[in-house]
Design a protein around this ligand. Structure first.
Ligand code: KE4
Length: 424
């Protein structure tokens, strides 16, 4: 029995499913999750001492790789000065300024502790500002597990096929309209029927929780126009895309500016830190200035803020060019490996963010994402894992490269993929 197997058995006795977040349990690919003991740049070292080339990167936060010296130094220094004050600090201003400077349309930012909290709070703000109740979201898009947003979500929900989680009451989800991504008629119908009651339309500017499914050309501009026409707000969930696609995230990448945006993962440098932001006139409606309540004991935590700032400081044009180059090399190599083996597969991508679908058909929405061959993905995943390459343990997740990855490691990955593809 491996160390991870022993740990998983012990974990399941005291932690539901043995994990603190469902997608970590390997439910979509089967087998035993590898228990991590340390991260070293591009590597995750597991409980059996295996040193895996890590393309999960903690599901996106570690854009500079594990334990980047600048991040470790900044967080350590912040910790030594005190882990939490429950009082404002200058560093929080600097992080808010950094996010506002990078993200189109963002003038003010509220720091919170998770992408879920950011999404939940942004929705409440949108409802408070517009005085409307209904929200529109897309099937397969995941905005965290707050009740109103946990309807036909992507990510862990997609992996476990829980379209609407038990425990979410009709009242909580009853104002959530779920439409198909990249479909115009569904959005038009929702606004035709409910327009005056719709507070906000939320989307990932590039869907990345049903695998990576970019918007069709012009689709985000369409969403911008129809929301504006009906007096609804447009919310970009940039938890995955923010500071990942480019420094200005999905808004800069698409040229479409939302009314509100949420951020997490990269901005926290691997710590529990997230944010939501928008124009001052909207954000001013938040307590304590405004009436929309939102709060958090550890919001803007100094250690997390220091780590986030240190990581964001690394993300200059050269960094994004490097990420792009690594993604080019990896996607070209994986595509060639699978094509040579005659395996029907396709890579879908936006900037350096991509995922692998085992289907020959384009994947434009959640239905198509679910129709891909996820059993083949599981076989590919395990074949690579046995060869020291750690892809996301679900075909509904995205593959992440980091500044710590190198062309040589990508070559190693592609060689392993060629080996596995031949036996798929
Ligand atoms: P968190 O509450 O997990 O920090 O963020 C929720 C969230 C919101 N919006 C988007 C676009 C997201 O991708 C996420 C979280 N992403 C998943 C991975 N696809 C987190 C992994 C997990 O659930 O363990």
């Amino acid at each position: 029995m491996s160390a991870s197997e022993r740990l998983f058995e012990r974990a399941r006795r005291v932690i539901p499913g043995g994990v603190n977040s469902p997608v970590r349990a390997f439910g979509s690919v089967g087998g035993t999750p590898r228990f991590a003991v340390r991260g070293e740049g591009p590597y995750l070292v597991d409980a059996d001492g295996a040193r895996l080339i890590d393309y999960v990167c903690s599901w996106g936060p570690l854009i500079a790789g594990h334990a980047h010296p600048s991040v470790v130094e900044a967080a350590t220094a912040a910790l030594a000065a005190g882990s939490s004050f429950g009082a404002p600090t200058e560093a929080e201003i600097e992080l808010a300024e950094t996010i506002a400077e990078a993200a189109p349309g963002v003038e003010q930012v509220r720091l919170v502790n998770s992408g879920t909290e950011a999404g939940m709070s942004a929705i409440r703000l949108a409802r408070g500002v517009t005085g409307r109740d209904k929200i529109v979201k897309f099937a397969g898009h995941y905005h965290g597990h707050s009740d109103a947003l946990l309807a036909a979500a992507g990510s862990g929900v997609a992996t476990f096929g829980l379209p609407d989680s038990p425990g979410v009451t009709r009242g909580a989800a009853g104002d959530t309209l779920v439409v198909a991504w990249n479909d115009r008629a569904g959005v038009e119908a929702a606004f035709a029927e409910h327009g005056p009651d719709i507070a906000v339309l939320a989307c990932e500017p590039v869907a990345a929780n049903m695998g990576v499914v970019p918007p069709d050309d012009g689709y985000l501009a369409f969403l911008r126009e129809i929301t504006r026409r009906h007096g609804a707000l447009l919310l970009f969930d940039e938890v995955m895309t923010g500071f990942r696609l480019e420094r200005g995230g999905g808004a800069a990448w698409s040229g479409v500016t939302p009314d509100l945006a949420t951020f997490a993962k990269v901005v926290g440098g691997g710590f529990p830190l997230a944010a939501f932001g928008g124009p001052t006139d909207i954000m001013a409606e938040l307590a304590p200035e405004g009436a929309v309540y939102q709060a958090g004991t550890l919001s803007g935590n100094p250690v997390a803020v220091a780590a986030g700032l240190a990581q964001l400081r690394l993300l200059d044009d050269a960094a994004y060019a490097r990420l792009q180059g690594l993604a080019d090399q990896l996607t070209d190599g994986l595509s060639a490996a699978l094509a040579t083996a005659g395996v029907p597969a396709r890579i879908q991508r936006a900037a350096s963010l991509f995922s692998l679908f085992f289907t020959a058909e384009p994947v434009r929405d959640y239905t198509a994402a679910r129709a891909a061959d996820h059993a083949a993905y599981a076989r590919f995943f395990h074949g690579l894992l046995e060869r020291g390459v750690y892809l996301p343990p679900s075909g509904f997740e995205a593959v992440f490269v980091s500044l710590a990855h190198t062309p040589e490691l990508v070559d190693e990955t592609v060689a392993a993929a060629r080996d596995v593809a031949a036996s798929l």
